[in-house]
Write a new protein. Structure first.
Length: 546
């Protein structure tokens, strides 16, 4: 019989362990913990939007970059991606608010699509923040993000590039060396170096000397543009007149009754001809009309052709006419700039190469038209052109780009590479009058002038028309929603900038550098995990992990 021993006292009853919070509670706690960071990211995105026209508070572009760098530093890829989206969505929502004319649903939808690229940027910034020299890699990642966003989806949408907020700043001359990508890189580098300086000052081991060096680097990137010469000299000039005829109804129905927009531009041109005959205006060598200045196809409508002939013969010089031309089949129309001679009539033409998705053509038309009835307003798809806009207009070899095409590096560069001596931007901003969009497009044109060392002539139906010197200075501009004519003598230049000669090489180099940095960050992370998981024999984890 076994012997048992009795214990004195009463044994304590076992207590249930503290209940663990459920999965939903944990998720809610994470959301609450991340709200301050998300709010700061959204605020930083709004600050970046204020750096762009029509606000033009360009120093905020540096602060926006610095803020996103700090908010994603040391985070996981997923956390960084969410922070990037929280930054990007309000940024694009404010920047693209002019799209509200079409509908807020379009504004929100496009903002979400573009913000997804900022989400990838945020995740990449988080990954590379653990690399040595992370400020440099972070700056290249801004170029990588813009490189992707300029091309995808459906041909891309370059709005919101850091370079386009810095078209009249100390960074601008850098465009003459490496185009818009180099300007973006310099702006981003200043921002990331400012973030680095802030970390050095606030970290546990404060390093004021390192912070000062980082701040000096940011200033150096800012001032580097002053060392870049911007060529402007020319031996030839051309006298131009830019006609802005205005529209009857700004907004989605800007055309009004048929022939109204055409009559506005023809009448304005005839008034210019009268002022020339009376000695009140200089006689130009060429006249430029904007995109859609003829709302009817002059090749199929005899009255439209006759009206253009009357106006061009009245002024007596070759005129660049913007019009829509039927074809090449019944389902398509072409957006063209046509050289119209006062004697021989229509001649060389340029067809817009990059129609705007959902504005000038409907992707997946058969499927989407059943769901989004508003797309029925795009009755026919715009047919893209197959060559650049280099044409002889009187004594000037011009490079014509139409409306949104000014935002695409390769389209503008191709015209200069093919011999354009002056750039012409035919645009119709009547849909977005008084929304800020015309100012944003004007800023892009200023950067193109510096990038290629060419004068830029903007002809807009309702504004803003402008004359821009090769150094980016706006010499003349019109108000919006007015009938106006601009007269100027502009240089015809043959020389090329470094940016023309190197082409897309700076963009590809910087973009690939960002991708390689991400790859390096992934490899470093895997090695660290491997080291933690299989420590050397006899060593503790604390000895293995720094």
């Amino acid at each position: 019989m076994p012997v048992t021993q009795e214990r004195s006292g009463t044994a304590p009853e076992p207590q249930d362990p503290a209940p663990k919070p459920g999965r939903g509670a944990r998720a809610l706690a994470k959301v609450r913990a991340g709200l301050p960071r998300t709010g700061l990211a959204a605020l930083a995105g709004l600050l970046l939007a204020l750096a762009f026209p029509p606000y033009d508070l360009w120093p905020l572009s540096l602060l926006g970059v610095a803020a996103l760098s700090l908010l994603t530093r040391g985070r996981t890829f997923r956390q960084g991606a969410w922070t990037g989206f929280a930054f990007g969505f309000p940024f694009f929502l404010m920047l693209l608010s002019w799209l509200r004319v079409v509908g807020w649903d379009a504004t929100v939808g496009l903002s979400v699509v573009e913000a997804l690229f900022l989400a990838l940027l945020g995740g990449a910034l988080a990954l590379t923040s653990r690399l040595p020299g992370w400020a440099l890699w972070a700056a290249t990642l801004w170029v990588t993000q813009e490189w992707a966003r300029d091309r995808l989806p459906l041909g891309g949408f370059p709005w919101g590039r850091l370079a386009f907020a810095n078209t009249a700043t100390p960074y601008t001359p850098l465009a003459a060396i490496g185009g818009a990508p180099l300007v973006t890189f310099a702006v981003a580098l200043s921002g990331t170096l400012l973030a680095w300086a802030a970390l050095r000052l606030r970290g546990p081991g404060r390093a004021p000397r390192a912070a000062a060096l980082a701040a000096l680097g940011a200033v150096a990137a800012l001032l580097a543009g002053y060392l870049v010469p911007v060529p402007t000299a020319a031996t030839d000039t051309v006298k131009v007149a830019v006609v802005q005829g205005n529209v009857p109804n700004p907004g989605m129905d800007f055309l009004g009754r048929p022939m109204m927009v055409l009559n506005n531009h023809a009448t304005a041109t005839e008034r210019l001809a009268y002022d020339i005959s009376m000695g009140r205006a200089p006689r130009p060598d060429v006249v430029i009309w904007p995109e859609n200045s003829s709302d009817l196809d002059p090749f199929s409508d005899p009255l439209a052709r006759q009206r253009i002939d009357e106006a061009v013969q009245a002024v007596g010089v070759p005129t660049l006419v913007g019009t829509l031309v039927d074809g090449p089949d019944a389902q398509h129309v072409q957006n063209e700039g046509i050289v119209w001679d006062p004697v021989t009539g229509p001649g060389a033409s340029y067809t817009k190469q990059h129609p705007v998705p959902f504005g000038e053509y409907v992707p997946f038309r058969a499927q989407l038209m059943k769901v989004v009835t508003r797309l029925q307003r795009v009755a026919r798809d715009f047919y893209p052109g197959d060559h650049n806009g280099v044409m002889q207009l009187g004594p000037a070899k011009i490079g014509d780009v139409i409306c949104f095409e000014v935002a695409y590096d390769e389209i503008v560069r191709d015209t200069v590479d093919s011999g354009a001596r002056v750039l012409v931007v035919q645009t119709n901003n009547a849909t977005y009058a008084k929304t800020g969009q015309p100012e944003q497009q004007l800023a892009m044109s200023r950067l193109r002038a510096v990038e290629h060392g060419r004068a830029v002539l903007i002809a807009a139906t309702s504004g803003i028309s402008a004359v821009i010197a090769p150094d980016g200075t706006v010499e003349q501009r019109t108000a919006e929603l007015t009938r106006a004519e601009l007269s100027a003598t502009v240089p015809l230049r043959d020389g090329t900038t470094v940016a023309d000669r190197v082409g897309a090489a700076p963009e590809w180099t910087l973009a690939i550098g960002g991708l390689l940095a991400c790859g390096a960050a992934v490899l470093v992370g895997r090695r660290r995990k491997s080291a933690v998981g299989t420590p050397a024999t006899g060593e503790s984890l604390n000895q293995v992990v720094p």
